[in-house]
Design a protein around this ligand. Structure first.
Ligand code: FES
Ligand code: FES
Length: 895
């Protein structure tokens, strides 16, 4: 038997020639800091050092390490930490942290090589990008990674001490942070799901006996819905649990069933044909998924088309008539265009995963979820368990972006397999499943019509959106345009086009980016026709006070003031600058609670919220620390456990606004209780009176629930209230069916992008990004900055690169690996400046609202407007690929 030395210890290697190094590291040696994300050598999450050289361990045979020295993230730096680890902590060069171990290992090797040859000369941005271009970060922590690596190489983190603005940063840079995929119980089995290869079929006679009979297989269960119909490639049919993944895969292959094929329709164009086979007949519509975060709005169905849903129209018929008249008389001010957006996959680096374990009647589920409390509630109801009989835990979550907001099939399969096998079971999706069946932002076709009046006011707006929702419904794209730019009349119509593709799901500001891509380009075009500055036009048309301040900031930027018109440029490379605005609803979750305590002289906060990378622990710690004049690191924060007091779900940008107000209320209670029970006052002149009081205090526990907001200042209201009766109804539905309140005020964003376009090859890249955000006071400023920058790079991916591709005949997702589904890498990161405007939410206790959704909504139209400014041709389809730019330029030349 051969051996390797790993982190200073000799360990045997398996004789199995097929064993991969990553499997040995994670499964046999339980060194779970090294992550599996893509499994195909693309993302770098599994990077380790082999004799000091970075290698990816997910493709390397374990035997390649025989006789060699291996270092994983756990072996980098030791107790004192490597300068790179300290720099990542100090610069907040991480968010969810799932990619972080890979970056740390690669960057540490780069640092050590460079220091040995170049001393403390700081590397350039290009050098760092070249060193780390084999790593992907879906949260978009690239900007801070640049800073961290440069500063570490310059020797600024050679000293011992470091503090981080992110409470759990130390665990994430050392590989100690445990994600669901890292959980391993004694006797744990591996679960694998059998998925449909057909896009539409009736399944009969599911026979699990051969699978169950295989050695090493502990359980096999059906996952078919009541009607036993599969409606997309990848729909779950059954699941097995076995001693390891290979055995489970063999068992899945042994499952037999009869299948009667049904005619399938794939994608928008075939599904909306009048003679298209129907995906959901009336009785089965309840099986359709939901692509929005709120409840479902009523709409009629005709075949596979659900809609029109036009509740947010305002004098819709009048808008339509005005646009028709303008079209007939060839009004030069009339803007009409059809925009198309592609399907965007969430592509979280930590896959959807669950580990279920029964202890008697008690069920414990570790889940990669955005909602521990909500999932616990759903499980309690589904399996008729008492509240103390089910517990959902998510210590760390490797990204979600909306795709992990509800009870997923991975959790159901893990639970039912664990019950059948009488043993703990883990179900973790592979990358193909992750990029095929875990949801996506639907593609859409959006017809836009916009008519300014002769006086330059907004007279009529029309948006009609057809969303390619797969086996799901409830998209709202056009309807969102009711909440910005009041017009004399608006016709806003949404349709879901349902087909035999996997169901879409909520994705960061559902409906927002496609709506903005169409609307913000239409406004830009109107500014060109009216011959006015695009920011000036927005200032005229958009009364929202938060965005008015952001417009003033945007027009003061040098890059904006110095922008040239497209006609003024020539040569191969042309630069352009574009602007776009975005908004989201201010949402909060009633019932969100926190327990705050003095325990053993320390402050301890507990709530059942989870952290998907946004920094929830730090938001709570900062809020408590600030109130007691302490350092955030002095606060112990417990989250990610449904046994803690009810916390909000991480969706709709509602965490900060839900959890800061009860934290402040609990602080007030705890202060009073500490003072009341204090037996002595702090020493006169103490510069930390609360620290003294807390240290001397007996143990005290208080709790508080999210209070209502204060009365907002005049002119600040929920945009839904301003949207008339339907807005009120929608607010009521959100509260009643989703448990979410829409507050007053509008979280807003204005972005300015500078691009360079290669007019020969069609390549467009963002050089500089400026993102202005109005999201109230910042509970954790550094982390808010990180999230804002991450949102921009995710928006750049949406605009320029990302597109899920499917086979139009079979319904198979073709872009189901990270080579074919391209997300932005570190070299795509432009220089990015963030401007926070902290006014506008004084009525919210603490003054803070969420950032996640609003920060990504205007990015794609700002880039498209910049490209229009650079080359004089408007991109109408995303991703704005090189071939599309070349084709548009050729078409213009030919015209
Ligand atoms: S998991 Fe190995 S490169 Fe992505
Ligand atoms: S921090 Fe990089 S993937 Fe989340």
């Amino acid at each position: 038997m051969s051996a390797m030395t790993i982190n200073g210890q000799s360990k045997p290697l398996p004789d199995d020639q097929d064993a991969l190094l990553l499997e040995v590291i994670r499964d046999q040696l339980a060194l779970t800091g090294t992550k599996l994300a893509c499994g195909s050598g693309v993302c770098g999450a599994c990077t380790v050092l082999l004799d000091g050289t970075p290698v990816i361990s997910c493709l390397l045979p374990a035997q390649a390490a025989a006789g060699k020295t291996l270092t994983t993230v756990e072996g980098i730096g030791g107790e004192k930490l490597h300068p790179i680890q300290k720099a990542f902590m100090a610069h907040d060069a991480l968010q969810c942290g799932f990619c972080t171990p890979g970056f740390i290992v690669e960057a540490a090797a780069f640092h050590d090589r460079r220091r040995a040859t170049k001393g403390t000369a700081a590397p350039s941005r290009q050098e760092i990008a070249a060193a780390l271009c084999g790593h992907l970060c879906r949260c978009g922590a690239y900007e801070n990674i640049f800073h961290a690596v440069a500063e570490a190489c310059a020797g600024r983190f050679d000293a011992d001490d470091v503090t981080s603005p992110r409470l759990e940063a130390h665990d994430k840079v050392t590989g100690r942070a445990r994600y669901t995929v890292d959980i391993r119980h004694e006797g744990q089995l591996e679960g694998v799901i059998l998925r449909s290869a057909a896009a539409h079929a009736q399944i009969a006679r599911l026979d699990l006996s051969l699978a169950r009979a295989l050695p090493g297989v502990a359980a096999a269960i059906s996952l078919l819905a009541d009607d036993s119909i599969v409606r997309y490639v990848g729909a779950p049919i059954a699941a097995v649990a076995a001693k390891d993944r290979r055995t489970a895969l063999a068992a899945v292959a042994a499952i037999r069933f009869d299948s009667e094929s049904r005619p399938a329709v794939i994608g928008l164009d075939s599904a909306r044909r009048a003679d298209a086979p129907v995906v959901f007949v009336k009785a089965t519509r309840k099986f359709a998924g939901n692509v929005s975060e709120g409840g479902s709005s009523p709409a009629s169905w005709k075949g596979n088309v659900r809609g029109p849903s036009a509740a947010f129209s305002h004098k819709g018929k009048r808008a339509k008539a005005w646009l028709a008249t303008a079209r007939a008389r060839r009004d030069p001010l009339l803007v009409e265009e059809t925009f198309r957006v592609a399907t965007q996959s969430h592509a979280c680096l930590e896959p959807h995963a669950a580990v279920a374990r029964f202890d008697g009647d008690h069920l414990t589920v570790h889940a990669s979820t955005q909602a521990v409390h909500e999932v616990m509630e759903k499980l309690r109801k589904r399996y008729k368990l008492a509240p103390n009989e089910v517990r959902v835990i998510a210590d760390h979550v490797g990204g979600g972006f909306g795709s992990k907001g509800s009870l997923g099939v991975e959790t159901i399969a893990a639970i039912e397999l664990a019950r059948a096998a009488n043993a703990p079971v883990r179900v973790a999706f592979n990358r193909e499943e992750e990029l095929s069946v875990t949801g996506y932002r639907p593609a859409a076709e959006i017809k836009a019509g916009l008519l300014p009046s002769a006086q330059g006011n907004l007279k009529a707006l029309s948006l009609t959106a057809q969303a390619d929702t797969g086996a799901a419904t409830n998209s709202i794209i056009a309807g969102l345009a009711r909440l910005i730019y009041p017009a004399e009349a608006k016709e806003l119509v949404d349709f879901d086009v349902i087909s035999n593709l996997p169901p879409g799901s909520p994705f960061r500001g559902p409906g927002g980016p496609p709506m903005a891509f169409a609307l913000e380009q239409a406004v830009d075009e109107a500014a060109l026709r009216l011959k006015v500055d695009p920011i000036s036009l927005r200032k005229r048309w958009d009364p929202d006070p938060n965005r008015q301040r952001l417009y003033r900031w945007a027009e003061s930027l040098d890059v904006w003031r110095n922008r040239k018109e497209a006609a003024a440029q020539n040569g191969r490379y042309r630069r352009g600058v574009g602007v776009a605005a975005g908004f989201w609803l201010y949402l909060w979750q009633p019932g969100s609670s926190i327990e705050l305590a003095v325990i053993g002289g320390r402050l301890v906060a507990k709530t059942a919220v989870q952290d998907i990378g946004t920094g929830t622990r730090s938001v709570i710690a900062n809020t408590v620390a600030k109130a007691f004049d302490l350092e955030p690191q002095e606060i112990e924060v417990h989250i990610g456990d449904s046994h803690l007091p009810e916390g909000p779900g991480s969706g709709g940008s509602r965490v900060t606004a839900s959890i800061v107000p009860p934290t402040l209320a609990a602080v007030a209670k705890l202060k009073a209780a500490i003072e009341k029970s204090a037996t002595r006052r702090p020493l006169a002149g103490s510069n930390a009176p609360w620290r003294d009081l807390i240290a001397a205090s007996s143990d005290i526990v208080v709790s508080a629930e999210r209070p209502k907001d204060n009365r907002p200042a005049l002119g600040i209201a929920s945009p839904l209230k301003q949207a008339g009766l339907m807005g009120m109804i929608f607010s009521w539905m959100l509260r009643t069916f989703s448990g979410i309140v829409v507050g007053a005020g509008v979280p807003s964003s204005v972005q300015v992008m500078e691009v360079e376009v290669d007019t020969w090859l069609g390549h467009a890249r963002v050089l500089n990004a400026y993102t202005g955000l109005s999201v109230g006071k910042l509970a954790a400023p550094v982390l808010a900055h990180s999230q804002a920058v991450g949102s921009v790079i995710q928006g750049i991916g949406y605009a320029l690169y990302e597109a899920r591709e499917t086979d139009p005949l079979t319904g198979q997702v073709l872009s189901s690996n990270m080579e074919d589904y391209r997300i932005p890498g570190i070299a795509d990161m432009p220089h990015c400046e963030v401007h926070f405007d902290e006014a506008g939410f004084d009525h919210v206790p603490g003054g803070s609202v969420g950032i996640g959704e609003v920060a990504t909504i205007p990015t794609s139209p700002a880039i498209a407007n910049a490209i229009r400014n650079a080359i004089g041709v408007r991109p109408t389809e995303i991703p704005i690929r090189a071939d599309r730019i070349v084709a548009a330029l050729k078409e213009r030349t030919a015209a």
